[in-house]
Design a binder for this molecule. Structure first.
Ligand code: ADP
Ligand code: C5P
Length: 264
């Protein structure tokens, strides 16, 4: 009993507020379709518009003129299984685009902890060495908004169920291939022959067999990725509406969105 124990219980509205889950946005699409670019544009616009994403904030503590910080995490779906020595020796035969390449159990475990307000350490995957223990893990704190991005984030129904909003970035195959060649040769220092072999052997078939079929789960399909400013504007407006920030913005003019992790 609140009166006899002397412990202050939250009021109903506070309890509702505290039990709110983060708003999870899934962003899928082919490799080099522009997923990261789209995510960064959404985050930038939310930031510029001082969008109020309120879940874990205790607004009771704030006075209208004070600054408040709202946290957003961008999780890249780089939860790849570690390769065995044998697989590493023949890495050109490894299919990084198959759903089995991803450690979905680990991703689910991370999401579960974040949704329950616990911080997590996420391995920092290195595309050059194919290892996730080269760099220190990143500490990710629970946040109000989580953007989960990756080629196959719509594949597992358990991951899909976590999402409040699903976006599929739809970019032509020739554009994706051209961008991939540039990125993998320049940033990942790979040989162009190896990039083209990987594309025809694994990337293209996996897109057709596993990624494209998940497009049907999307709430929003963005043609042309980051070039589609109209689509990105509409998505940002929708997030604003969903999070019901309009009234809060009037009361708290100094609320900011902070991206607490930049890339995982
Ligand atoms: P994904 O996350 O789907 O792999 P990225 O957003 O990382 O895709 O984009 C892949 C590459 O293509 C990057 O090098 C990026 O700079 C480039 N890129 C993405 N969108 C555009 C665009 N609209 N115009 C030109 N280059 C782009
Ligand atoms: O960033 P993006 O969504 O393009 O990353 C997915 C791509 O990364 C996949 O097409 C996969 O082939 C590639 N990949 C790779 N080497 C790794 C891990 C993933 O080329 N070690």
């Amino acid at each position: 009993d609140q009166r006899t124990s002397g412990i202050e219980q939250p009021t109903t509205s506070e309890a509702e507020h505290m039990s709110k889950q983060p708003f999870v946005i899934g962003v899928a699409g082919g490799a080099a379709s522009g997923k990261t670019t789209v995510c960064n544009m959404i985050i930038q616009q939310l930031h510029d518009q001082r969008v109020v994403l309120v879940n874990q904030l205790n607004l009771k503590c704030l006075k209208p003129h004070e600054h408040a910080f709202v946290f957003l995490n961008l999780l890249r779906d780089s939860f790849y299984h570690n390769l065995t020595e044998e697989e590493l020796a023949r890495v050109q035969d490894y299919n990084f685009d198959h759903p089995d390449a991803f450690d979905t159990e680990q991703l689910l475990c991370v999401m579960d902890k974040l949704r329950h307000g616990q911080a997590v350490d996420i391995p920092n995957y290195d595309f050059k060495s194919y290892k996730s223990d080269i760099y220190p893990a990143r500490r990710v704190n629970p946040s109000d908004v989580i953007i989960l991005e990756g080629i196959l984030v719509f594949h597992d129904p358990r991951v899909r169920e976590l999402m409040n909003m699903k976006i599929f970035v739809d970019t032509d195959a020739d554009v994706r291939l051209a961008r991939r060649i540039r990125r993998d040769t320049v940033e990942k220092c790979r040989d162009i022959g190896a990039v083209l072999d990987q594309y025809s052997k694994f990337v293209k078939p996996a897109f057709d067999d596993f990624i494209l079929p998940t497009k049907k789960y999307a709430d929003i399909i963005i043609p042309r990725g980051g070039d589609n400013h109209v689509a990105i504007d509409l998505i940002v407006q929708h997030i604003r509406t969903k999070l019901g920030q309009h009234d809060l913005c009037k009361i708290y003019p100094n609320l900011y969105v902070i991206q607490s992790t930049f890339q995982i």
